[in-house]
Design a protein around this ligand. Sequence first.
Ligand SMILES: [Zn+2]
Length: 467
Amino acid sequence: MTNTPRAARFLALASSALAFCGAATASPQSAVELAQQGDDPAWAITEGLTTEIGPRQAATEAEAAARRWALARLAAMGFANVREEQFMMPTWVRGDEEASLTGPFQPQKLHIAALGNSASTGPKGIEGEIVYFASYDALLAAPDAMVKGKIVFIDHQMKAAQDGSGYGQYGRARFTGPNAAAKKGAIATVIRSIGTDNHRVPHTGGTNFEKGVKPIPAGALSNPDADQLVRQWRRVTATPVAGGASPGALRLKLLLTPQNLGQQHSGNIIAEVPGSDPAASPVIIACHLDSWDLATGAIDDAAGCGIITAAAKHVMTAGQPRRTIRLLWAGAEEVGVFGGKAYFEAHGKEKHAVAMESDFGADRVWRVDFKLPDSAKSLADRISAAVAPFGVTRGKYPASGGADVGALIEAGVPAVDLQQDGTRYFDLHHTADDTLDKVDPAQLRQNVVAWTAVLAILANSSDAELP
Ligand SMILES: [Zn+2]
């Protein structure tokens, strides 16, 4: 936030808005000026949602409270057709979680978080011998006999990258590592957190078991705790010095008591800026309202909802766009993109001009990517030129959208991605550390300015460009 007094900022916004009153379509530049000078709805939403609601895991009462909060806030901001679209989904909630290395060295506690869809160990916990795998691929290659009856540990620390590109590769240990271990007869799986920090905060996230595979308990250790486990593993597997005895097997005690609550309600929140041409297909912009339960979900994804909503608000204030802008605050993204799938089921057959999503934190946008029809060549050039002043360069690869608009894009809807700097995103992702203090207001503002520039152009594009 700037230090500009609130009243002065309001006047700047009001006079700027007045200047464009009556214009059929405001120039994209006028919306960008609003984003640069105006009040900061992105911060207000991020601060408000994280402060007044806090953690909001999918299909829990907290997420329902977040939907009520969202409905009230979006209506108060002047959006049209603000509504909730409910759906049902299988719901998993965390219980107690403890892990200890129990031998052959002095017993010691580790910091662990259960993975979504983990089975319970029961209230007494389980204890077993650890078998170490350097990577997910090493686990896949292992014979069943090596794993059967043991607790599988999967190593390999993800490294930070601006584009977050390690997540897909290292993330497999979480996405399907426990499933692979269960198929080989493991009694539990513990992974190194899919994260780039070295703090004692484990990173949770969903894991998935195939149909027919009985889920096993599955958790993630914080990176320093994983380091500790690995040091002990190296000692127990080192060749004993001549005459020395092996210290014995490495053992872990695990208590995880999550519960499956069966089918529960979740929902998407939808709001619109109505376009002046009712025949033109809408622009859809998405974020997700739910968060993991360990923190207040500031960067994942309150900030994303703040960014897309602020951009839509600035475009709306600058003058009615030609196309309708539809905001999707999706429910239940973290636990399996249930909201994105429900939106596609309800609206996938409707025509959408183009899709955008913000779900990669709150740090600055550095690249713009496109997946547009050939008819939109000059549109892409105009967008690239419009964001260039904000330090955003044009990428070489096609836009892929995000999870919640993924089904639409797969079905052929064009996409524009504003890629955020993800260098520190996986320090915080899905941890107890994802809190408001991690959001840098200046970088959040840069997101809003870049988004406003792009959205204003897309929402006023012609049918020849985006049929
Ligand atoms: Zn997210």
